[in-house]
Write a protein of this length. Structure first.
Length: 155
């Protein structure tokens, strides 16, 4: 199954991948240097470097797989009248009488403090597929129900 990422999400993963590759090269050098010191069984520096290397290699593998198995949201044919991943949505919260703007992104890209919410959050799940003018009551995990109205959808 493909995962969807925004252009910013892919860029963020690529930047992390580049940093990890640099860290891997530094760890390889450190391992070679500690290996040259002799007895590896009692060399804490060597053991630590090997453990750290395994963590870095695992994360590199995860990121490479994620990037290769993902589709760019902008490249996917979607009905831009409906809310989908990648949409910036202005909603009116009838319960609190205020407008809120969210950008729906993958879980890796989520940053609620900047208005970027994961499509797997209860609010996003509740509004996915809605169109401008639609109203929906969504029950949040804490049990409170909020009524939202879709004001605008932008891609």
């Amino acid at each position: 199954m493909s995962d969807y990422l925004t252009r910013e999400g892919i860029k963020k993963l690529q930047e992390e991948l580049e940093k990890l590759r640099i860290e891997k090269a530094e760890l390889n050098k450190e391992i070679e240097e500690t290996r040259a010191q002799g007895d590896l069984k009692e060399n804490a520096g060597y053991q630590y470097a090997k453990e750290k290397q395994n963590i870095v290699l695992k994360r590199i593998s995860e990121i490479e797989a994620r990037i290769s198995n993902s589709k760019l949201v902008e490249d996917v044919e979607i009905n831009k009248q409906e809310i989908r991943i990648g949409a910036t949505v202005k909603i009116y919260d009838h319960t609190n009488k205020k407008e809120i703007i969210y950008k729906l992104v993958s879980s890796d890209e989520a940053d609620p403090s900047s208005g970027r919410i994961s499509v797997s959050t209860p609010i996003a799940q509740g509004i996915l597929g809605l169109k401008k003018g639609d109203r929906k009551k969504i029950v949040l995990p804490n049990g409170t129900a909020k009524e939202f109205e879709i004001v605008s959808i932008d891609y």
